[in-house]
Design a protein around this ligand. Structure first.
Ligand SMILES: NC(=O)c1ccc[n+]([C@@H]2O[C@H](COP(=O)([O-])OP(=O)(O)OC[C@H]3O[C@@H](n4cnc5c(N)ncnc54)[C@H](OP(=O)(O)O)[C@@H]3O)[C@@H](O)[C@H]2O)c1
Length: 307
């Protein structure tokens, strides 16, 4: 049997439970992966809660987690480029979850783990770092431009700050004070969010900013939107409704292994550090997701499933 952490109905953290599941079998285009590390992301609790759509009974019980690293144990039909015993990282296949001893990964959204990259770091790349890469690329900024990352201290923000910095972009980010050391270590300028945030940015940048990559949404996004005149340069990863009202748009995800190879290479070259701040064993999966669900995660949280 496979030990996993998931839920049998949509709801709050109280619906979460450990599950004993049959060993999954890869369909065409899928890999069976023995999980080493699972990344923890806000989307995990959003799916569990039902806010992204109610789970249909046929999909339950469901396993939490969208991204993993691990070792390929079986290869489904019609898969090229992956073999048993390959060390990989990627997005889990539809209907699968990452907080588990074994899971299914879509080969089209998987990549080989570079040997220099740890399983922990690799597990953080498919959701947070790949989103960061997609967002920074989509903004098409020039060297010397100024990017405001709204919510710089979490998984996507920390990665986006490093990717933008390496492209010669000046990065300024909103975060709470306790993230100052982390944010400044990324070469970015921290502006505390809350009342007066736009004025604090204007004290540093009287003409405002060239782009906003929003990770906070809602009133946090409204509070900074006027710093940007060209709303084509406003993207969000989490709140398309508010971004749309303000003339911005949702990030477009590439969703292929190509971007995973790029961000994996950045980590291997020492240009991207996901800043894992919290590693929990699978037995503490509830604490791991709670650390993200509270909304103030620092860098990345991961679950070490096996070592
Ligand atoms: N569309 C996609 O493909 C995609 C992919 C990845 C993520 N996302 C979404 O993007 C968002 C961010 O993801 P993440 O992984 O970076 O989340 P995370 O790791 O939980 O980090 C969120 C960060 O936002 C900060 N924050 C909270 N309220 C804020 C406010 N009002 N102003 C500025 N910062 C604030 C938090 O810390 P402090 O408050 O302590 O500073 C925290 O560091 C989530 O909504 C997630 O679902 C979407």
């Amino acid at each position: 049997m496979v030990k996993a952490f998931g839920y049998s109905s949509n709801g709050g953290p109280d619906v979460q439970e450990f599950l004993d599941l049959e060993m999954p079998s890869p369909l065409a285009g899928e890999l069976l992966v023995e999980v080493r590390t699972a990344g923890v992301n806000p989307v995990d609790w959003k799916i569990r809660s039902g806010m992204l759509g109610a789970a249909s009974p046929g999909d339950l019980p469901a396993v939490l987690g969208r991204e993993v690293s691990g070792v390929v144990r079986e290869v489904g039909q019609d898969v090229d480029g992956f073999a048993v015993n390959d060390e990989v990282f990627g997005n889990v296949a539809p209907g699968s979850g990452g907080y588990a001893e074994y899971t299914l990964v879509s080969a089209s959204t998987a990549a080989h783990k570079p040997p220099q990259v740890s399983f922990h770091d690799a597990a953080t790349l498919p959701v947070a770092a790949a989103t960061a890469y997609d967002g920074v690329s989509q903004l098409k900024l020039d060297e010397g431009d100024t990017l405001l990352i709204n919510g710089i201290g979490g998984g996507v923000g920390v990665a986006a700050a490093q990717i933008a910095r390496d492209a010669g972009i000046n990065v300024i980010g909103t975060a709470s004070e306790d993230k100052r050391a982390l944010v400044e270590s990324l070469g970015a300028t921290l502006v505390p969010y809350g009342d007066g945030v736009a004025d604090r940015v204007r004290q540093l940048l009287p003409d405002g900013v060239d782009a906003i990559f929003d990770l906070a949404g809602g009133d946090g996004l409204r509070a900074v939107a006027d710093l940007l005149s060209d709303r084509e340069k406003l993207i969000t990863a989490g709140d398309p409704v508010t971004a749309g009202e303000l003339g911005g748009r949702m990030i477009e995800r590439d969703g292929t292994g190509r971007v995973l190879e790029i961000v994996g290479r950045l980590v291997a070259e020492g240009k991207l550090d996901p800043h894992i701040e919290d590693v929990r064993p699978l037995d503490e999966a509830a604490d791991a997701i709670a650390a993200v669900e509270v909304g103030h995660a620092k860098g990345k949280v991961v679950i070490e499933v096996s070592s």
